[in-house]
Design a protein around this ligand. Structure first.
Ligand code: FPP
Length: 286
């Protein structure tokens, strides 16, 4: 049985003061409030996060945008711990998109360096929590230091199965589909694949992480309502949630609120049900 949603929305921690980004984070099961409990199938197995609003959060406090990215580290660790407690199996995080190269060279340099630092500082903790760190994205153009950090984290956590943390770095949904198309075309040209047999399963097999299941719930923070080229294939039937909370102020309790709302939604995957009462069928038709 799912824990009932709170009758009053919890106040959002919009005004939280900047925290030490590298501060230790309470692990799974170590939070003062209990995580919601869900019956099998009620919680999303795959949650995809767009961690938006770092720059605005920082600028509103008279800080440089990069301070917002720093504050996002704690939010991410806290959210991962909360996802584990709630039984989420896959958590994808949009860390750097194929379009983010358009940012200023200084911000790109900061994000590349900071992503490397976060992985170096936090992998041991993630490993303790049973997290398997994985990377989804394009190799060309991505800094070698970031690729190295991602590969080291992946290698160290390979045996873990509590939660897959999919770091989407130099990731774009269209790029992923174009790369899949190129690889399918190459197999067909080499005579290993009959073009007439190319279908949805063929495409799914050629994605960056073919075993990654479809997204059940997409959460974007900071109030913007768009998907920004994120996991286009995997989000075909995802439930969408747009939280007003800027990413640096997001936390495990904000995630739990989203999971409770998700559990109350009806998913039909294109199917339909008769909602009017049939004569003589009894019941109220709900
Ligand atoms: C969006 O906020 C956030 C990002 C572009 C992600 C930043 C990624 C990192 C700092 C890499 C390492 C960090 C972690 C936690 C792995 P925004 O800059 O678009 O904010 P805005 O919409 O307010 O401008």
């Amino acid at each position: 049985m799912m824990t009932p949603a709170p009758s009053q929305p919890r106040p959002t921690p919009m005004d939280r003061a900047p925290r030490d980004p590298a501060a230790p984070v309470a692990g799974p099961g170590q939070w003062s409030a209990p995580a919601p409990r869900f019956a099998p199938g009620e919680a999303p197995a795959h949650v995809a996060l767009i961690m938006d609003g770092n720059g605005r959060w920082a600028n509103q406090r008279g800080l440089a945008r990069t301070e917002g990215h720093r504050a996002g580290e704690y939010a991410l660790m806290d959210t991962i711990a909360g996802a584990i407690d709630a039984g989420v199996r896959h958590l994808s995080v949009y860390t750097f998109s194929t379009e983010n190269w358009r940012r200023s060279p200084a911000e790109v340099r900061f994000i590349m360096g900071y992503a490397t630092d976060v992985l170096a500082r936090r992998t041991a903790q993630l490993d303790e929590w049973g997290v398997h760190v994985r990377w989804s994205g394009r190799r060309p153009r991505l800094w070698k230091s970031v690729i190295g950090a991602l590969e080291r984290a992946e290698e160290r956590t390979r045996g873990n199965s509590v939660l897959d943390l999919v770091m989407c770095v130099n990731y774009g949904g269209r790029a992923e589909l174009a790369d899949a198309a190129r690889s399918i075309a190459a197999e067909a040209a080499a005579g290993r694949l009959d073009p007439a047999r190319v279908g949805e399963r063929t495409v799914a097999r050629h994605l960056y992480l073919p075993d990654l299941p479809d997204v059940d719930l997409m959460i974007r923070t900071s109030g913007e309502q768009r998907i920004s080229n994120y996991l286009l294939w995997q989000m075909a039937y995802a439930e969408m949630m747009f939280s007003p909370v800027p990413w640096p102020a997001f936390d495990r309790e904000a995630l739990w609120d989203c999971l409770l709302e998700y559990a109350g939604r009806e998913r039909r995957f294109g199917g339909a049900e008769e909602l009017v009462a049939r004569p003589g069928a009894g019941g109220d038709g709900s």
